[in-house]
Design a binder for this molecule. Structure first.
Ligand SMILES: CC(C)(COP(=O)(O)OP(=O)(O)OC[C@H]1O[C@@H](n2cnc3c(N)ncnc32)[C@H](O)[C@@H]1OP(=O)(O)O)[C@@H](O)C(=O)NCCC(=O)NCCS
Length: 196
């Protein structure tokens, strides 16, 4: 059986992480949830430092504390996806962006992996005392909002966003405790770990 875990990015994955981003470029894919890795391809060490700052920062209207993880498939120790979890929301994120951004690498999509990615993220949110997760997606990105719905996400708003996305955006909220309770079958595909 395939199993997965979150890993805090470190130096050991440098070349693999860069190759991961190259795959998105190769496929002309959107990149989300990488904590800005795609802007640091020539300064991976600088990106690791940035992630440390992201985690320890005080929330402000400018920036909020955040965690970025690699989603690793244990069977072949491969980076399958990434996720960025905002541990607090400011006014800007409360309106657009929300708690979580994510990506699955183009060659591994459509296999249910993003559901596992989001489930693991909800566990991290629970550890940080976040009871209700706010997320959004472009309406024309069903793989993203269906992931939210697959974990019980409720659509709370649909609107044309003429500021950020310039398309119809759908807002979702997920009751963290309920999602984890109702989808505990996913525990079998998760390797026990201690990231927070
Ligand atoms: C969004 C994304 C992370 C989804 O990853 P994925 O691994 O393909 O998603 P999953 O296989 O876990 O599927 C999640 C749900 O979307 C559905 N789905 C997957 N691909 C789909 C597609 N192309 N069209 C419609 N629905 C799709 C699945 O059926 C599943 O729904 P279900 O549980 O009701 O069956 C991936 O497409 C991606 O990385 N996109 C680029 C970055 C991005 O857009 N991120 C989101 C913005 S924050």
């Amino acid at each position: 059986m395939e199993q997965f875990f979150f890993e805090v990015p470190g130096i050991a994955r440098k070349s693999e992480a860069i190759a991961f981003i190259h795959e998105f470029h190769e496929f002309g894919s959107e990149i989300n949830g990488t904590g800005g890795l795609h802007r640091y391809l020539d300064n991976y060490e600088g990106w690791l430092e940035k992630l440390n700052k992201d985690y320890s920062r005080e929330p402000s209207e400018e920036k909020v504390p955040a965690r970025t993880f690699f989603l690793i498939r244990a069977n072949d120790n491969k980076i399958i996806g990434m996720i960025n979890i905002r541990l607090a929301l400011n006014e800007r994120l409360r309106h657009y962006g929300g708690h979580i951004g994510y990506s699955i690498r183009p060659t591994e999509r459509g296999k249910g992996y993003n559901k596992i990615n989001l489930y693991l993220a909800l566990k991290v949110c629970e550890q940080h005392g976040i009871e209700s997760v706010f997320m959004d997606a472009d309406l024309n990105n069903p793989a993203s909002w269906r992931t939210m719905e697959s974990l019980g996400g409720k659509r709370i708003r649909e609107y044309y966003d003429d500021i950020n996305a310039h398309c119809i955006v759908v807002d979702y909220c997920i009751d963290v405790k309920k999602a984890l309770e109702e989808h505990s079958e996913l525990e079998s595909v998760i390797l026990c770990q201690n990231v927070k």
